[in-house]
Design a protein around this ligand. Structure first.
Ligand SMILES: C[S@@+](CC[C@H](N)C(=O)[O-])C[C@H]1O[C@@H](n2cnc3c(N)ncnc32)[C@H](O)[C@@H]1O
Length: 291
């Protein structure tokens, strides 16, 4: 199906208005390839007709289908490895110590969890990788009275299809092979036919919720670490700045922000310090000086 320049502009603006995705001029093929099946399924013969239909009625279902079709959901377990090494060896021990301190002060936050957020969690491999590391950390530190129940993970995405897959916690052999060692596969999954199903203890450490990062989201609460990897790359600078500003509001003092390897906060916020840990660049929220 042909996609004229005018149709591309109209649909690109529409997609931007509902997702924040900034589709560059050389990516017209993305709209053509990913939306063409929806255009046909909705009984339209051209992209213009489809766009007219979008404008005419309130169409939450089509909107949801467009979001599921147009988002790029590439992910894998322990993606890029080194940010997860930084989480395991640098972030978790510090937050474990914080938990011990909180527990020892009976008057504050007793029982309050250390909260992590995987923002743009796609099909769940990222939050489940974090959950496995937390489980391993808790197993190794029982003597310090730290348990996996001291940690909570929230995982959010805009794409309902990805969230449903993440909540099912079922993966193909190929998905399992991308990033998981045989030991972790055996420890955290059971096989059912050709599918691998995540164990209920890891599954129950993650809460899933549909969240659109271009709408206000600070009501999700406070976090000690936000992983938002390979998500900001799809947005323009205004959208990134708004999102990073809200992340900063939600992070505890000295809380960590972890972005993808090609992303950074430099032009977006001066409220973070950079910390190099191995190959990973982490951002730490500055503590505001009180006047
Ligand atoms: C490339 S995936 C990254 C997945 C994972 N964080 C990783 O690094 O492997 C980007 C995810 O961001 C989600 N996303 C895109 N626009 C979004 C928005 N406006 N709000 C929330 N999530 C969004 C997509 O649905 C997709 O699952």
């Amino acid at each position: 199906m042909e996609l004229s320049r005018q149709e591309f502009d109209l649909l690109r603006d529409y997609i931007h208005s509902i997702t924040g995705l900034a589709i560059s001029d050389n990516k017209a093929y993305l709209i053509r390839q990913r939306l063409e099946p929806l255009v046909s399924a909705s009984g339209c013969t051209t992209f213009s007709e489809f766009h007219q239909k979008l404008k005419q009625s309130s169409i939450p279902l089509i909107q949801e289908k467009i979001i599921n079709a147009i988002t790029t959901n590439e992910t894998c377990f322990f993606r890029d490895e080194h940010p997860f090494a930084a989480f395991k060896d640098y972030i978790l021990p510090q937050l474990g110590e914080l938990i011990r301190q909180r527990k020892s002060r009976s008057y504050t936050r007793k029982g309050a969890k250390t909260r992590f957020w995987s923002a743009g969690s796609s099909s769940g491999q990222e939050p489940y990788s974090l959950a496995m590391l937390i489980q391993e950390y808790a197993d190794a530190n029982r003597h310090l009275s730290v348990s996996e129940e001291d940690f909570g993970i929230l995982a959010t995405d805009i794409a309902s299809k990805m969230l449903a897959k993440a909540m099912d916690g079922e993966y193909s052999e190929a998905e399992i092979r991308r990033g998981l060692s045989p030991e972790r596969t055996a420890k955290y999954f059971r096989k059912d036919g050709s599918r691998w199903i995540i164990n209920s203890n890891i599954r129950s450490m993650v809460e899933f919720r549909q969240t659109n990062l271009i709408r206000p989201f600070t009501m999700l609460g406070g976090f000690d670490m936000i992983f938002c990897r390979n998500v900001l790359i799809y947005f323009n600078i205004e959208t990134k700045t708004r999102i990073i500003g809200q992340f900063c509001e939600m992070l505890s003092d000295n809380g960590f922000l972890v972005l993808g390897s090609t992303e950074n906060v430099y032009a977006l916020s001066d409220r973070f310090d950079s910390v190099n840990y191995g190959k990973t660049l982490l951002y730490r929220k500055k503590v505001r000086s009180e006047k």
